[in-house]
Design a protein around this ligand. Structure first.
Ligand SMILES: *Cc1c(COP(=O)(O)O)cnc(C)c1O
Length: 397
């Protein structure tokens, strides 16, 4: 892996370690890992200053010029934050319209079931995008709906859902928007001046390129105030976490101190790269170089270019009889790249992530590794089966 230092000075993950072409945990910078080589007292002023700095930096990414929003970090993985957001901002007598087109939308609906709060679901299947007009029709049909939950990038297919279009309808119909921007925040714009969400969630180990251990909610202060007493859960109560943090500067319970230190370093690197625009440009370039190369090998993407996110891309498995995904996975790993199985129910697929500490030079090597792996398997074309193409035609319909 020693040859991977690139024109932009991206160091390889570590000697002998593979790149993680996965949507988090992902490959992080050496300096991000290095930032964890120290212990902090959770109540100490130094760590409180780190927490405050982190919240300020995250808010600076939202476009909030009127100081309308605040940021509340929360221990746990991203799903903990989704559950915290739903339990805290949706009142016990509220009702959520969940927009699903993949695993994360369905998980949010399942979370509503656990919460025992009213919800309804638009389920578009594996990857079809929920559109503004159908959301509008659903809101007209059910005046009890108070909130709409949208998934920004549905990481299971890699589709970039049309959140601006959905936000416009939700606003026009006088409802509140909640966004799971877990895998997009920091690389895809989600400006509060355009989207005006009530609350959104993301986590440390996605586009900001930190290590896993916590997530964060960014919400209107008015929503945070109104959330008092809503939560079903002590540890997932966003209002309580916010109120305690405002008062003492501390997290309510043991914070993931090392993860916060790493995240702060990751945020500084994000800023140095040019913020959301810079990070988004690198990931877009990663995607474009990787997709073009894979298409040259005969691979086809599930989604047409209009819906491809710069986060992760789904490819159909080749139809060739000698192609076996598990073997392809191992051959890619031998060459230094961890890819990701697909999540489609109808046809076989796999995914390649574009996020993490890597650039287009690395992506060219990913394509080269895929070519070699196919050769070693005796697969001379990566063209997908006809069933895959038929499935994809639904998107155009
Ligand atoms: C990663 C992710 C989550 C959270 O998953 P965890 O495994 O709990 O971190 C939620 N929604 C989306 C869209 C994601 O990509």
């Amino acid at each position: 892996m020693a040859d991977t230092a690139t024109a932009q000075g991206f160091e390889p993950p570590a000697l002998g370690e593979p790149y993680l072409l996965t949507p988090g945990p992902l490959t992080t910078a050496y300096s991000v890992k290095q930032a964890m080589l120290k212990d902090w007292g959770s109540w100490d002023g130094d760590f409180r200053a780190m927490t405050a700095d982190m919240r300020r930096r995250l808010l600076a990414l939202t476009g909030d010029r009127k100081s309308e929003y605040d940021c509340v970090p929360l221990q746990g993985s991203g799903s903990y934050c989704v559950e915290a957001m739903l339990g805290s901002f949706v009142p016990k007598d509220g009702k959520v319209l969940v927009l699903a087109n993949g695993a994360y939308g369905l998980r949010a609906a399942q979370t509503m079931k656990y919460l025992g709060r009213a919800h309804t679901l638009i389920d578009k299947g594996d990857y079809l995008p929920p559109r503004g007009d159908e959301v509008g029709a659903a809101l007209d049909a059910d005046p009890a709906i108070t909130h709409v939950l949208a998934i920004h990038c549905e990481t299971s297919s890699g589709i970039l859902n049309p959140v601006p279009e959905i936000a416009e309808v939700v606003k026009a119909k006088g409802r509140k928007l909640l966004v799971d921007s877990m895998s997009a925040f920091g690389a895809v714009p989600l400006d509060v001046n355009d989207i005006g969400y009530e609350a959104m969630v993301s986590s440390a180990n996605k586009c900001i390129e930190g290590v896993p251990g916590f997530g964060f909610v960014i919400a209107k202060k008015s929503a945070l105030e109104a959330a008092k007493g809503n939560s079903h859960s002590l540890s997932l109560d966003v209002h309580a976490q916010w109120a305690a943090m405002e008062k003492t500067g501390q997290w309510r319970f043991t914070p993931p101190t090392h993860v916060v230190a790493a995240f702060l370093e990751a945020l500084k690197m994000h800023e140095a790269e040019g913020g959301v625009a810079g990070r988004g440009a690198r990931y877009t370039r990663n995607r474009d170089v990787m997709v073009a190369g894979m298409r040259e090998l005969g691979f086809e993407t599930l989604l047409s270019d209009r819906w491809l996110s710069p986060i992760i891309v789904t490819f159909f498995c080749p139809a060739h009889e000698k192609f076996v995904f598990n073997r392809f996975y191992e051959l890619m790993k031998d060459k230094g790249f961890i890819i990701y199985p697909g999540k489609l129910t109808v046809v076989d697929s796999f995914r390649v992530g574009c996020i993490g500490r890597m650039d287009e030079h690395v992506m060219r090597r990913v394509v080269e590794a895929a070519k070699q792996s196919l050769d070693e398997m005796g697969v001379d074309t990566a063209a997908p089966p006809a069933t895959a193409i038929a499935e994809r035609a639904k998107l155009a319909a």
